[in-house]
Design a protein around this ligand. Structure first.
Ligand code: F6R
Length: 641
């Protein structure tokens, strides 16, 4: 087993202590307890407690937990003084994206902190006054006695606060130009990248390092690479978080996904004893083969020794045997029969050959994830005679532009005129919509009617895709899960209603196969809620003992943002060049998502490009490992619930 929570740094590659939690909830709870303990300890001594606070997606659950503790455990913030790390510049304090507003929404409005004790850099200040404002900010921190505990997130480029790469160890609170990568990463909060401010006011590295204690949090796979760089690699201004190695009371609190690149997880055999399960052997050998640029079957005893796998050789005997074991695992994960091969006995096949045909449901968080992430498999399942259903979990309405919606309304009016239907009502809706859109403020929430129209557009695209694949209309299910319907990026948490809608559909279909997005890095957070809803629904059905559930297997695909690691893949579905093209045209049907979508996120490629590059990359990796070279491959992992 990988060594978790190593008690000291002596036998570790990590130069900063890293605490790893199964998920962000548990990690956030731990940090909340640290914060609460400090506040209470100071209260007991009738002293002030000075906290340095961060914004962004990372600390939201921490703040929710502190608010809960305030309501349920009488945690008071009366003795707390806060200093926030940063603020966009320029920005109105009341703008939806301002960190001033963020802090009120997530923490300050819900606790008993004295407003005079709250300090956040001011994005409204005039440019000529910024220097004085920054000096004053530093002075106020000093006068408060310095920061007792500084909470940090980390940018994908290693920034802390908005100290972008290049920020020096002596930097103080100042105005800084945001890195393009940061503007892209944060574009999801705005309508598009052009609206993201180019500047920000941030505490400096030196300001941060003078805190008495520092906790940096990171969640999700997107942070894994930078956590490794900051905690294990050399100190460099190119990765500002690595400068934290100079502080003697700093802890990284991360979830398992963000810890994945740490040596103790990535190559646990290098950090001490490791249990050689078949999975671990596969991971070690696959990574060695890729590093050495050799097919698995060409690896030698010398390669094993050089790569630090001499223990494995001692335990298993010889490279030849281990290579074969891993080669077979890889080979057996490849199949053209995602629903199982009927009338065939193949014990190592990833799926069962019977029953045939199977009833299958593909859960698609947004109306296009099915075709983007598993279009080839979707088509094969249908072509191979399975009864394939799609459950579109959310309406996806926030990702349709206003221009697209008015264009469709124009069509509705024209259609009624051609058809000789009274177009009066449609015209009125078109006029109202035009007026609303013209006066709409940045990030103002759409009216329920406009949201419904946008949802309808996406429904039409999803239906057209299903018909393109060949599905009858009765197999298309629009679930419209309520957690999504906020009209903003910020979604509600999963509710009983979301679960009961999902249980209802599962019980109606009694599927033998369920496909679900296991893409936990979705920057909008929708995919993870969609996954949790399905998992909870399946678990409850299981607990209630429905007789079909024991035969129901759950397969996970990754959404548009990531792919499984090669060693994790349990079922890989190859695609021919023609199948790749067919999938591309299926994705094109989602016209509202082509060319330019609101909330594009940090990847400027279109969805079809991401899908093709990702599927080709998976196929290339299999080929590099010495297996057949296919044009593309879609990948799945089985989830045992
Ligand atoms: C926020 C801040 C930034 C974020 C970092 C990570 O006040 O200073 O350093 O912590 O950009 O952002 P998220 O948490 O959104 O991934």
């Amino acid at each position: 087993m990988p060594k978790k929570n190593a008690p000291d740094l002596i036998d570790s590659f990590e130069k900063i202590p890293v605490k790893i939690y199964p998920d962000l909830k548990e990690g956030s709870r731990f940090v909340a307890q640290q914060v609460a303990a400090l506040i209470r300890a100071r209260q007991a001594k009738k002293e002030k407690c000075v906290l340095g606070l961060a914004t962004g997606s990372t600390p939201k659950t921490l703040y929710a937990e502190l608010v809960r503790m305030h309501h349920e455990e009488k945690l008071s913030f009366k003795n707390v003084i806060t200093f926030n790390l940063d603020e966009y510049y320029p920005i109105d304090n009341d703008a939806l994206q301002s960190y001033n507003r963020f802090m009120r929404t997530h923490l300050f409005d819900h606790v008993d902190i004295n407003p005079a004790n709250i300090h956040i850099p001011n994005g409204e200040i005039s440019k000529e006054n910024i220097k004085a404002h920054c000096l004053q900010y530093e002075k106020m921190i000093e006068e408060a006695g310095g920061i007792d505990l500084q909470i940090l997130g980390i940018g994908n480029n290693g920034h802390i606060g908005f100290n972008e790469p290049g920020s020096g160890i002596y930097s103080r609170t100042r105005l800084i130009t945001l890195d393009n990568s940061t503007r892209l990463a944060n574009a999801y909060e705005f309508h598009n990248i052009s609206q993201v401010p180019r500047l920000a006011i941030t505490m400096g590295i030196s300001t941060i390092l003078r805190s008495k204690k520092i906790i940096l949090m990171a969640w999700g796979p997107a942070k894994a690479a930078v956590i490794k760089k900051a905690a294990e690699d050399d100190v460099t201004e190119r990765v500002p978080a690595s400068l934290l190695q100079n502080h003697d009371d700093v802890t990284f609190v991360v979830d398992e996904a963000a810890a994945a690149e740490l040596t103790r997880n990535k190559s646990p055999w290098l950090t001490g004893d490791c249990e050689w399960t078949p999975r671990m052997i596969k991971k070690a050998v696959v990574n060695m083969a890729l590093r050495k640029k050799k097919p698995v079957l060409s690896l030698t005893n010398a390669d094993y020794n050089e790569y630090g796998l001499s223990d494995l050789l001692v335990e298993k005997g010889d490279a030849y045997e281990i290579n074969l074991q891993v080669y077979y695992m890889l080979r057996d994960s490849i199949t053209g029969w995602p629903g199982g091969k009927p009338n065939a006995v193949i014990p190592a096949h990833p799926e069962r050959s019977s029953p045939y045909p199977k009833r299958v449901i593909i859960f698609s968080p947004h109306p296009d994830d099915d075709i983007i992430s598993m279009g080839g498999t979707f088509q094969r399942l249908h072509d191979q005679g399975h009864d394939v259903h799609v459950g579109y979990q959310t309406s996806g309405n926030i990702a349709v532009t206003d221009e697209f919606a008015t264009r469709f309304l124009d069509f509705a009016v024209g259609f009624e005129e051609i058809a000789g239907i009274d177009a009066g009502k449609s015209k009125k809706i078109l006029e109202e919509t035009r007026k609303f859109v013209a006066a709409k403020k940045s990030n103002q929430v759409d009216t329920p009617k406009l949201r419904a129209i946008k949802g309808l557009i996406r429904r039409g695209e999803a239906k057209a895709t299903c018909r393109y694949v060949g599905l009858p209309d009765g197999n298309i299910h629009f679930m419209n899960l309520p957690f999504y319907e906020t009209g903003t990026i910020e979604k509600k948490p999963m509710s009983e209603k979301d679960i009961s809608i999902t249980i209802g559909l599962l019980r109606q279909l009694k599927p033998q196969q369920v496909y679900c997005a296991g893409d936990f890095a979705d920057p909008h957070g929708t995919h993870i809620v969609c996954f949790n809803v399905v998992l909870e629904a399946l678990k409850r059905i299981k607990a209630e003992g429905d007789n079909w559930i024991s035969e129901c297997w759950l397969w996970l695909y990754k959404g548009a943002w990531q792919e499984w690691k090669i060693e994790e893949i349990e079922m890989a579905i190859p695609m021919s060049p023609d199948q790749v093209m067919k999938k591309r045209f299926g994705i094109f049907i989602h016209q509202s998502q082509k060319d330019m979508v609101p909330f594009q996120g940090s990847d400027s490629r279109e969805f079809w490009q991401r899908a093709e590059e990702r599927n080709a990359a998976t196929a290339n990796l299999y080929a590099d490992l010495g297996l057949t070279h296919y044009a593309a491959m879609e990948a799945f992992v089985r989830w045992h619930y």
